[in-house]
Design a protein around this ligand. Structure first.
Ligand SMILES: CC/C=C\C/C=C\CCCC/C=C/C(=O)SCCNC(=O)CCNC(=O)[C@H](O)C(C)(C)COP(=O)(O)OP(=O)(O)OC[C@H]1O[C@@H](n2cnc3c(N)ncnc32)[C@H](O)[C@@H]1OP(=O)(O)O
Length: 298
């Protein structure tokens, strides 16, 4: 079967693989917790406030490949082991793009072993973030489709930048089905009826409409996103940690338990789906759509 081939995308990916690690000047009270020299995340912990920041740092669009997922997991592991860390703000080092979702190169004609590892890493990152003991806020400073939207939905609160940015689970537009745990995370946030529409139609919301349906909690000018997230974090950290954490556990527990029960089955289903030629054909068509910039938000 002939597959669509998008040279522009392939160029983008080889560039992505040459990972750029931004150097940050650290304030005296901040410690750099980045996973490694060539990490695709920048992590800082402010010792005075107990609030950490994880910046996705995989230009140009922070698409989630195996390395970025692994680096997020390492960073979270380290932060959650620090007793004095109480909150985490998730954002991007590239204003204009929070996260473009899963890296197409992990999905397009993958090796099965790598694809399994990739999917398990995504599951692990979701599970850690959704069940995190930390108060978590997504500072969504740009586009946030699909897997990017999922990452933000794992957080306790979402602040998004005003502008022409879009957010949503647009999987059906790719001819794909958002897995049940993507769907559950969305439904828990915006309710069943809105999630039914959003998921079936693959809706990408503008900031205003995302605010209207409760997909985000605040919409602010781009330069105020981080500051707003930090102010909001103080509200969350005023609550005694144990009470807040146990409440979160109770609210999210059933979704996490369902996920754990079906986690292996989910990997098998995804593998069957992604290794299928019809899936690869749809994906190829979508990649051409992306090339011609036909994505629009509602
Ligand atoms: C192994 C198992 C895997 C999968 C299982 C299969 C199915 C199960 C369910 C799947 C669930 C899927 C979840 C997803 O997240 S799929 C990804 C969906 N993402 C999108 O649809 C977003 C696509 N991107 C865009 O719309 C735009 O790029 C964006 C984010 C609005 C930014 O626009 P702009 O600033 O104009 O930048 P460009 O479009 O020019 O992009 C720059 C550069 O990046 C490349 N790129 C963009 N997105 C991705 C991506 N997701 N993966 C890899 N590369 C990406 C793009 O091609 C450009 O490359 P260039 O060479 O031109 O610089």
């Amino acid at each position: 079967m002939a597959l669509s081939f998008n040279p522009r995308l392939v160029r983008g990916v080889s560039r992505c693989h040459a990972i750029v690690t931004a150097k940050m000047a650290l304030a005296a009270s901040c410690r750099d917790f980045s996973a490694a020299e060539k990490s695709t995340v920048i992590v800082n912990l402010n010792d005075n406030t107990g609030v950490a920041t994880i910046q996705l740092n995989r230009p140009p669009v922070n698409s989630l490949n195996l390395q970025l997922l692994t680096d997020i997991k390492i960073a979270l592991d380290k932060l959650q082991m620090k007793k004095d860390c109480r909150g985490m703000i998730l954002t991007s080092s590239s204003p204009g793009i929070f996260c473009a979702g899963l890296d197409f190169m992990e999905m397009h004609n993958p090796q099965e072993g790598r694809a399994r590892e990739f999917w398990r890493s995504l599951q692990e990152v979701w599970k850690m973030l959704y069940g995190s003991r930390l108060a978590t806020i997504a500072a969504i400073n740009g586009h946030s489709p699909a897997g990017g939207c999922l990452l933000s939905l794992t957080c306790d609160y979402r602040v998004m930048a005003q502008g022409k940015f879009m957010i949503g689970l647009n999987e059906t537009l790719l001819g794909m089905v958002a897995p049940f745990w993507f769907q559950d995370t969305m439904t828990n946030t915006i309710g069943h009826r809105e999630a039914e529409k959003a998921l079936q139609l693959g809706l990408l919301y503008s900031g205003e409409n995302a605010l209207n349906v409760g997909l985000i909690d605040e919409l602010v000018p781009p330069e105020k996103v981080m500051q707003t997230a930090q102010v909001q974090m103080q509200t969350w950290l005023k609550i005694p940690d144990l009470a807040r954490r146990l409440t979160k556990e109770q609210m999210r527990g059933p979704t996490l338990q369902k996920f754990v029960q079906r986690q292996n089955e989910d990997v098998d289903q995804i593998m069957k789906f992604i290794m299928d030629s019809a899936t690869q054909r749809s994906l190829g068509i979508y990649l051409n759509t992306l090339k011609h910039k036909q994505l629009t938000s509602v």
